[in-house]
Design a protein around this ligand. Structure first.
Ligand SMILES: *[C@@H]1O[C@H](CO)[C@@H](O)[C@H](O)[C@H]1NC(C)=O
Ligand SMILES: *[C@@H]1O[C@H](CO)[C@@H](O)[C@H](O)[C@H]1NC(C)=O
Length: 319
């Protein structure tokens, strides 16, 4: 399966990230005006950190195998926030010790391990929302388990349409996830006479309307972390049940292909977020991770059997 990445994609994602980086204002009290404070959520690290930096790029670095005790995860299988089928600890996935010993080390900056107590103290009386696909959901689960170390009274929280989340009473902090895999609103429309032969129906995507799952709740959050990416493929939306893009209630003509639609939706959602979400809200755009299915795709009995990070040449970013 060779990588077939549309050429504009990495650039767009990078651009979106930079956009939010530049426009975000810092919440954390420790930051000084002269130094940008940034919280990064990278593809596979489960740490979120605050590092003062002017020129540091957290994304440049290496995975280092660290067998010392400090590399061990902060939580174990008793964490109640896991998704059952994804709970590698409780399901006894082989080589978890080895897998958990990989540490992301940026080339030119310090990335200390998260201190859940300090993090929640800094976030006291504030709420963090993640919006997007399962990449954000998996990050959330790990994040909740880490934060729970500092507040054993943490409770599941699923209000306001959140798919999952937790409330940390000791700090009055909510961290939750709203599922919106394309970010924009989309809905199934069964077959109609006007549709092409061979189509069972279409998914109508309104490129200028955010999905309800998050559009009405952004006021509640002080920090929002967005992502989308892995659903923009013909594996999810084959030609029998394609995405059809609408703007201002009308089909976009000529019809956009999947990747052009992705680009339009990204631009439109970024502009919505910039326009509608208050400036005081700290916003992040989370980057993409490579695909990692072996022996078949996600829906074809593929699984992830690796115990070490993918090498550069092994990375597959899209269908
Ligand atoms: C908890 O935080 C919210 C803001 O997220 C605030 O409105 C509320 O007053 C706080 N509650 C307490 C008990 O401090
Ligand atoms: C997946 O595995 C099951 C059980 O071994 C088999 O019945 C099914 O045909 C496989 N599906 C694919 C797409 O390979």
């Amino acid at each position: 399966m060779p990588p077939k990445l549309p050429p504009a994609l990495p650039f767009l994602i990078l651009l979106s990230f930079l956009f939010f980086y530049l426009y975000s204002t810092s919440l954390l009290p420790h930051s000084s005006p002269s130094s940008a404070t940034t919280t990064t959520t990278t593809t596979t690290t489960t740490t979120t950190t605050k590092t003062r930096t002017t020129s540091c790029n957290f994304f440049k670095g290496n995975w280092i195998l660290d067998r010392t005790k400090s590399a061990k995860p902060l939580y174990d299988e008793s964490c109640p926030f896991h998704r059952n089928a994804w709970n590698c600890l409780r399901n006894h996935r082989e080589n978890m010790g080895l897998i958990n010993s990989w540490r992301w080390v940026p080339k030119d900056c310090e990335l200390p391990k998260i201190d859940p107590e300090r993090f929640l103290e800094l976030m006291r009386n504030r709420n963090i929302g993640l919006v997007g696909d399962s990449l954000n959901e998996n990050f959330l689960v790990s994040f909740l388990c880490i934060l729970r170390v500092a507040d054993g009274s943490a409770k599941k929280w699923k209000r306001k349409g959140a798919w999952r989340g937790a409330y940390f009473p000791k700090f009055n902090v909510t961290v939750s996830y709203h599922r919106a895999v394309l970010l924009a609103k989309y809905e199934w429309q069964p077959k109609q006479p006007t549709m092409n032969d061979g189509q069972k129906g279409i998914y109508r995507v309104d490129v200028d309307i955010p999905a309800e799952d998050w559009a009405t709740i952004t006021d509640y959050y002080d920090v929002l972390i967005f992502n989308t990416g892995h659903w923009w493929g013909y594996d999810k939306f084959p030609k029998e049940t394609p995405l059809v893009f609408y703007r201002a209630g009308q089909p976009i003509l000529p019809p956009l292909g999947l990747f052009d639609g992705f680009k339009v939706v990204l631009e439109s959602m970024v502009s919505y977020i910039e326009r509608e979400i208050p400036h005081k809200t700290l916003k992040f755009w989370r980057l993409q991770s490579p695909r990692h299915f072996y022996g078949g795709d996600w829906n074809q009995n593929g699984s992830c059997l690796l115990n070490e990070p993918l090498k550069e040449h092994e990375q597959q970013w899209s269908e």
